[in-house]
Design a protein around this ligand. Structure first.
Ligand SMILES: Cc1ncc(COP(=O)(O)O)c(C=O)c1O
Ligand SMILES: N[C@@H](CCOP(=O)(O)O)C(=O)O
Length: 465
């Protein structure tokens, strides 16, 4: 399998190269040259397999010869061995139609662990026979940061610099990042929004000399390996609910469009997905784009679901490329200049065939959280509740089960959950004594030169190179 950039320039890469590269030098995102196809029988054969074995089968065509079957299996077994639930991503039923897929049983309590535990091992494996020290840069609205830091802390040959928007992540999220003491971990609180942090990360990749000097790599969902690992749980859940015989719908709390794009990839690979519900909070750029073709970024509004407080949704570019590739370079240039662009007719029609965008406000989120809590005793976090509210608002054929992706543990957002339900969720013991540990982070302005200077002064590759 080879990967090409959504901006259409530059060389194609293999899986190992694409994993280490992160973002393409032309500013695009890497996508596979073609989608592997799973037949009805190949999907049926996934029934009863463990999560790790399902992961091996689903990811195999994307990995190519970068890893042998045995190597891939060993890495998946190691990554998913750290999850607190034997099913890794178990399903819980809310009523006859609604299910939640619990993606928060990893070490840092959010769906990010599913991919990042594996990505940390891929980095280690691919760097083992290279004379390279990687500088991983990332932007987080709260969950990617802690998951990436957990996956990379203390690893040889990798430094991680993680940018979060100052004051806009929950106290648990911040402490999960800032109380990690490993010397290769560097936390930066940026005076701005997540979008500012993400733009700074992309700007560093766009400077070839800087990117080369520090061997930059990415842990955000701009890195293809992240999305590849997220495709697995769509197969795992759908097969448990009757696929390939029965189609399943998914409702996905959405910000950067990575998780729901992984669902789109699963559908392209042959999984019978009846609908992908793209659930946003009031930061609804993607819901608007799907509804009206208008992809225009407004100001970010802080909400009780801070991980989705995003207006520039990186992975939407991958969808636009898959639906009408020729239009993408012009659209992205327009967006860079005006923070606005329009979808083509082909993109709108192609997206409408599978996606429904739904914007959920604070009251609707709280209502859904209470419905789950009172009806089935399930305490959901604000992001998952947005997904559930959108799922309940979407009409589907009677025999189609709807799976809402439970993207975070409610304990990460205790105050918001308590406000809506009166229940204050606890934190699982695996996160440790977060509130007793000392925090360590630097506050920097959202300015490229300030961030580059900070990285230049601390990256190991600067000392050795
Ligand atoms: C808890 C939670 N839910 C949902 C999302 C949105 O996922 P995506 O950015 O892949 O659309 C995020 C952030 O990525 C998150 O941390
Ligand atoms: N919600 C995310 C934002 C970054 O998303 P990613 O999936 O692109 O890493 C976060 O928690 O940081």
């Amino acid at each position: 399998m080879r990967y090409r950039s959504t901006r259409g320039t530059g060389a194609t890469l293999d899986f190992e190269q694409v994993t280490l590269a992160g973002l393409a030098p032309d500013g695009g995102l890497y996508v596979p040259e073609e989608w592997p196809h799973f037949s009805h029988d190949a999907i049926a054969a996934l029934a009863g397999l463990s999560y790790a074995e399902t992961a091996v089968r689903v990811m195999r065509p994307f990995v190519g010869d970068a890893l042998s079957d045995d190597e891939l299996r060993a890495l998946c077994t190691q990554a998913y061995g750290r999850f607190a639930h034997r099913a890794v991503t178990p399903l819980a039923q809310l009523d006859e139609r609604h299910w939640v897929l619990e993606l928060f049983h990893g070490p840092t309590l959010a769906f990010k662990d599913v991919a990042l535990q594996l990505l940390g091992l891929f980095f280690e494996r691919f760097l083992s026979d290279r004379d390279t020290h990687l500088t991983v840069i990332g932007a987080t609205s709260g969950d990617t940061g802690s998951a990436a830091i957990d996956a990379l802390a203390g690893r040889a040959k990798v430094d991680i610099f993680m940018l979060h928007p100052q004051g806009r992540v929950s106290d648990v999220q911040r402490r999960q990042m800032t109380t990690v003491k490993a010397p290769n971990v560097h936390n930066i609180a940026v005076e701005g929004t997540f979008d500012d942090a993400q733009a700074l990360v992309k700007a560093m990749f766009a400077e070839p000399a800087f990117a080369r000097r520090f061997s930059l790599s990415a842990v955000n969902s701009i890195n293809w390996a992240r999305l590849m690992a997220q495709i697995v749980y769509y197969f795992y859940a759908a097969v448990r609910l009757g696929a390939p015989q029965r189609p399943v719908a998914f409702s996905v709390p959405t910000g950067n469009f990575g998780d729901v794009f992984a669902g789109y990839a699963a559908a392209k690979m042959g999984l019978p997905i009846a609908r992908l519900i793209v659930a946003t909070n009031v930061n609804d750029i993607v819901a608007r784009a799907l509804r009206d073709g208008d992809y225009s970024a407004g100001e970010v509004t802080p909400t009780a679901a801070p991980s989705m407080d995003i207006q520039v949704s990186s992975n939407f570019e991958r969808l636009l490329f898959d639906l009408d590739a020729d239009a993408v370079p012009g659209q992205m240039a327009a967006f860079a200049n005006e923070r606005a662009m329009r979808l083509t007719a082909r993109q709108r029609a192609g997206a409408a065939a599978l996606f429904t965008g739904v914007r959920i406000d604070a009251d609707e989120m709280a209502l859904a959280m209470r419905w789950a809590c009172e009806g089935s005793g399930q305490v959901l976090d604000p992001h998952t509740s947005i997904g559930l509210a959108a799922a309940r608002a979407t009409e589907l054929p009677a025999n189609v089960p709807v799976v809402t992706l439970a993207t975070a543990h409610p304990g990460k957002f205790r105050d918001a959950v308590e406000r809506a339900t009166g229940v204050r969720p606890g934190l699982p013991s695996r996160v440790g004594a977060l509130f007793e540990r000392e925090e360590r982070y630097d506050v920097l302005p959202a300015e490229l030169e300030a961030i580059k200077d900070f990285i230049s002064a601390r990256a190991t590759s600067a000392r050795s190179g």
